[in-house]
Design a protein around this ligand. Structure first.
Ligand code: ADP
Length: 262
């Protein structure tokens, strides 16, 4: 009964959010969170009321990427209040529930599912145009909890590197989505090469063309390829949308515009 009640609350919360998109990857370290943050930030920049929910419970990096330090969450009668960044972006992360930024979260199996469902039911987003959900890497209980608990989710954006190991894993994630009858809106190939700052030659560090390979194999559109950006190291700044108007952000926005029109 408690489970059903929670479902009702989640549905009520999610009904206030026009579009919900999950960002997933076959494995960790491919830049999934970076992409999720950039997608969310570009929506916010465009004037959409945007939320980003960081449920990458083993590596919640979203606050760090958005330069949000130690945070004491506020609660009112509506629920837990997300942290506001700028005019249009609201952020909630499992990181906020940790007292020490460096301690790992040790949650297992059913506890993870319960924690994710609690996130979905307890956070008071209010009315949003779009919620971007940064999922953990891979396919597991957490993904089922997220994808099955959120009613009317628009779909998934899959992040991969061009490397074949990453691609095999991404195929597993795509199959999971298909099994759950959730649309994969597109694939983003990240770290698709390194531009030498000296001679501007592109070095294919993780191979070449993997994103388009998986796209033609699965029929899912490739939204864009993002090279390795050495500014990340220099400026400690992952907000690509602040620095450049990358083709990928534009392509992703095009996809979402299509969904909005539906
Ligand atoms: P994931 O969420 O898949 O585990 P992250 O988004 O945390 O991956 O990225 C892993 C690391 O790679 C981070 O340090 C991030 O800054 C870096 N990174 C991601 N994408 C790029 C890129 N295109 N160029 C350079 N560094 C990147």
């Amino acid at each position: 009964l408690a489970y059903m009640q929670q479902d009702i609350i989640i549905t009520k919360r999610m009904d206030q959010i026009k579009h919900k998109i999950a960002v997933m990857s076959g494995k960790g370290g491919v830049g999934k969170s970076t992409m999720a943050v950039n997608i969310a930030a570009s929506f916010a920049k465009k004037g959409y009321k945007t939320g980003i929910l960081d449920v990458d419970i083993h590596g919640p990096n979203v606050p760090k990427m958005l330069k949000i330090g130690k945070t004491d969450l506020k609660v009112n009668e509506e629920g837990i209040l997300p942290v506001k960044v700028g005019e249009n972006l609201k952020v909630m992360s499992s990181q906020f529930l940790l007292s020490d930024e460096n301690s790992p979260i040790i949650w297992r199996g059913p506890k993870k599912t319960a924690a994710i469902r609690q996130f979905l039911s307890d956070v008071s987003w209010g009315n949003l145009d779009i919620l971007v959900i940064d999922c953990p890497p891979g396919t597991g209980d957490e993904h089922l909890a997220i994808l099955q608990s959120i009613p009317s989710i628009d779909g998934i954006i899959m992040v991969t590197t061009p490397h074949t190991v990453s691609l095999d894993d991404v195929e597993k994630s795509i199959n999971m989505a298909r099994h759950l009858k959730i649309e994969v809106l597109g694939i983003v190939e990240n770290m698709s090469g390194l531009i030498c700052p000296e001679c501007e030659t592109e070095i294919p560090l993780f191979g070449r063309g993997g994103g388009s390979e998986i796209s033609s194999k699965t029929g899912i559109p490739l939204l864009g390829s993002i090279p390795i950006d050495i500014r990340f190291e220099k400026e400690d700044d992952v907000l690509l949308v602040e620095n450049s108007n990358s083709e990928t952000s534009k392509n992703i926005l095009k996809v979402v515009t299509k969904i909005e029109k539906q």
